[in-house]
Design a protein around this ligand. Structure first.
Ligand SMILES: *Cc1c(COP(=O)(O)O)cnc(C)c1O
Length: 375
């Protein structure tokens, strides 16, 4: 199988050659960026790259390297530009109080990356190569890991089909790449409940589609709905499954949770359309550790509306790596809004957020062995 071949052939090429930038930014330039990083605006001095070529015996990863950050030279016929054969991941590196740098469950990201690769007919990257690329890049760009409250270095691994070929088939030349971006608070400023817009005209996923894969195409498909959300004064868009009783699926890039008045927590079950969020899985574990009942099941728009009306609904939140955990204050729809109750003083939303961030930043004990040291 192709998978085993690529696993073997990377073994001898795990050494990342270092072609360090001859023009890294000065301490002053870096300090100016880190003073106000925002999200996704600035990038570090380096990038990690590994190339893949189809071979008669499956395929081979080679030429793992750290090089200067800069534009990519691509043939205009590269199939990623035409047919969107692309996947990505997102995780964060956190600077702990003692200066060391850690990341959260990187093997889970590596495994999800491979699940996405299978769906998009891209080659799998050995988990070890994925994790090593994170370590190598963070070692080269360690000074770019911010240390402020709620800040981190956002890591963006991705894979693109680089072969110049307009026929429709899986590309035979592919690149894995990793870039890094210092990040502040995703929604900016203090944590206040967001308003979200219910997409009815557009879906992001359908049965048998790519909803479960983390691929650029899903995001491209969500943008028209995201624009609609913004026109209606909302920050994010919520997708339903209109062919399954309007079951709640997820936001454009975050999973959702509902805290009920009896203490039960409900989140949509993974049904093939929904991204397997690592934050989602971690939140479920932390809730269960607290002895709370967590139901992964179908949760329809009707049930949401009823629960809000009869006082059964206590809190609603969204979760994902970029924004961590964000309370949802309002769902706006063309058929009337659903308001969440005012966030109580002692909300589960904020307490789980603090616990999770605490584990990630080293302030709270990591009882599940979720952290991996990068530098
Ligand atoms: C990445 C992503 C999430 C969140 O996943 P995490 O692993 O928690 O960051 C949720 N939904 C979609 C569509 C995503 O792309």
């Amino acid at each position: 199988m192709a998978t085993n071949r690529s696993r073997e052939s990377i073994a001898g090429t795990m050494e990342f050659s270092q072609q360090l930038s001859t023009t890294p930014r000065s301490d002053e330039e870096r300090a100016a960026v880190l003073a106000n990083p925002g999200f996704g605006n600035h990038f570090t001095d380096h990038t990690a790259v590994i190339d893949w070529n189809h071979t008669s015996d499956g395929g081979r990863w080679s030429n793992a390297r750290i090089e200067a950050y800069g534009p990519i030279s691509l043939d205009p016929a590269a199939s990623v530009l035409h047919y969107g054969q692309e996947i990505f991941e997102g995780l964060k590196a956190y600077r702990h109080a003692d200066g060391t740098v850690w990341t959260f469950r990187p093997e889970a990201n590596a495994e999800r990356f491979n699940a996405s690769a299978r769906r998009l007919a891209l080659p799998e990257l050995p988990v070890e190569a994925f994790v090593t690329s994170l370590k190598e890049l963070v070692a080269a760009d360690r000074a770019w890991v911010p240390s402020g409250d709620g800040e981190a270095l956002y890591l963006r691994p991705f894979m693109i089909a680089t072969e110049a070929f307009l026929g429709v088939r899986p590309a035979r030349e592919v690149s894995y790449r990793l870039i890094a971006s210092p990040a502040g608070n995703y929604f900016g400023g203090e944590l206040k409940p967001v308003s979200i817009w219910l997409a009815t005209k557009y879906a992001r996923a359908g049965r048998g589609g790519t909803g479960e894969a983390k691929c650029g195409g899903n995001y491209a498909a969500s943008l028209a709905a995201q624009l609609e959300a913004e026109e209606n004064g909302c920050q994010q868009v919520l997708f339903l499954d209109p062919f399954n009783d309007n079951a709640v699926e997820e936001l454009g890039g975050m999973n959702v949770f509902f805290v009920m008045a009896d203490g039960t927590v409900v989140t949509p079950a993974l049904n093939g359309n929904i991204l397997h969020g690592i934050t989602r899985a971690s939140v479920i574990q932390l809730l269960k550790d607290r002895g709370l009942k967590v139901e992964e099941r179908k949760f329809t728009l009707d049930e949401w509306r009823r629960a809000a009306e009869n006082g059964q609904l206590r809190e609603v939140f969204a979760c994902g790596t970029a924004a961590v955990i964000t309370p949802i204050g309002l769902l706006k729809t063309t058929e009337g809004d659903i308001a969440s109750p005012a966030l109580p003083q002692e909300s589960l939303t904020l307490s789980i957020r603090e616990q999770l961030l605490g584990i990630q930043t080293g302030a709270v004990a990591d009882q599940h062995g979720w952290l991996t040291r990068l530098a």
